[in-house]
Design a protein around this ligand. Structure first.
Ligand SMILES: Nc1ncnc2c1ncn2[C@@H]1O[C@H](COP(=O)(O)OP(=O)(O)OP(=O)(O)O)[C@@H](O)[C@H]1O
Ligand SMILES: [Mg+2]
Length: 266
């Protein structure tokens, strides 16, 4: 056998303290997290427990005040400069002066794809997120959910080996949300991309994830990690299986701090 693959994310002892007028805010403390290459990990927990902060540290949008963090064995900064990951955050973060197509094409331009290849890829991604008819529009001509879908398409454009997603489906209607969950599961499986996914939805976390990381606030930390890797494909039938319901219950109990009967001990 060859050496084991480098993990997508390796974090040890991560802490983040924000200075504030009323004293310091400890957004994160003692966070240890390893996300294997190709693994899908969701972060779930009450508002203010540090989910977005952790994702922002991984994306090198902010610096940790303690601990060590590597992305594919590199510093967070190096990984950002190398564009090793795609990002889709809560606020779509689109460039208002660019059309839908030009927003989706942005990572491909940065990766210096030739125009014809880029256009074909943009068409494919627009189709995937159901926006083929809107590629010529500008972000302010779209609904919030449509803007989010553009951001999702953009994050997937260069088929990155790591996707960082912060409540990307938050503004979508339930049917679109489930369809995009199924698509994301398929894309992650097909491309072998690792995903760190923040959500407030327990069913969404359980459907998509290999592991669900449960966090708790004041100070923000990891309180539980639940194995949710399904023994079957992530399709519509999974959503109605007893195995799925058992895992939803396990995550709910962990979130509510109830005595935990672990799925894998049943
Ligand atoms: N730039 C900042 N300056 C000061 N405090 C901050 C900053 N960003 C986050 N915080 C604080 O850090 C804590 C964690 O915030 P964070 O946004 O990571 O929470 P979250 O888990 O993503 O919450 P939500 O589910 O509401 O998105 C909160 O107490 C927040 O007030
Ligand atoms: Mg957040």
């Amino acid at each position: 056998m060859t050496t084991p693959p480098t993990p997508a994310v390796h974090a040890t002892g991560i802490g983040k303290v924000f200075p504030a007028a009323s004293g310091e805010v400890t957004a994160l403390t003692g966070v240890d997290l390893e996300v294997a290459a190709g693994e899908f990990v969701s972060l779930i927990g009450p508002s203010g427990c540090g989910k977005s902060t952790l994702l922002r540290l991984i994306a090198d949008l902010d610096d940790a005040t303690a601990g060590e963090l590597t992305i594919f064995g590199k510093t967070a900064r190096r990984a950002r400069l190398d564009q090793d990951y795609g990002i889709a955050f809560q606020q779509a973060g689109l460039l208002p002066w660019r059309t839908v197509a030009a927003n989706i094409a942005l990572p491909l331009e940065l990766h210096r794809w030739a125009k014809a290849k880029r256009d074909a890829r943009v068409a494919e991604l627009a189709e995937l997120v159901g926006l083929s008819e809107f590629v010529g529009r500008y972000p302010d001509q779209l609904s919030g959910g449509m803007q989010q879908r553009v951001a999702i398409a953009r994050s997937l454009a260069a088929s990155p080996q790591l996707l960082l997603m912060d409540e990307p489906f938050g503004a979508l209607d339930e049917m679109t949300r489930e369809r995009l969950q199924t698509e994301l599961a398929r894309i992650a499986a097909e491309t072998g991309a690792a995903v760190v996914f923040v959500t407030h939805s327990i069913p969404e976390a359980v459907f998509l994830s290999d592991r669900v990381v449960v966090m708790s606030p004041r100070p923000g930390r990891i309180t539980d990690v639940i194995d949710t890797r399904p023994g079957r494909p992530r399709d519509e039938a999974l959503r109605e299986s007893p195995e799925y319901f058992a895992r939803v219950t396990a995550v709910r109990e962990a979130l509510h701090g109830a005595p935990l009967q672990r799925v894998n001990e049943r």
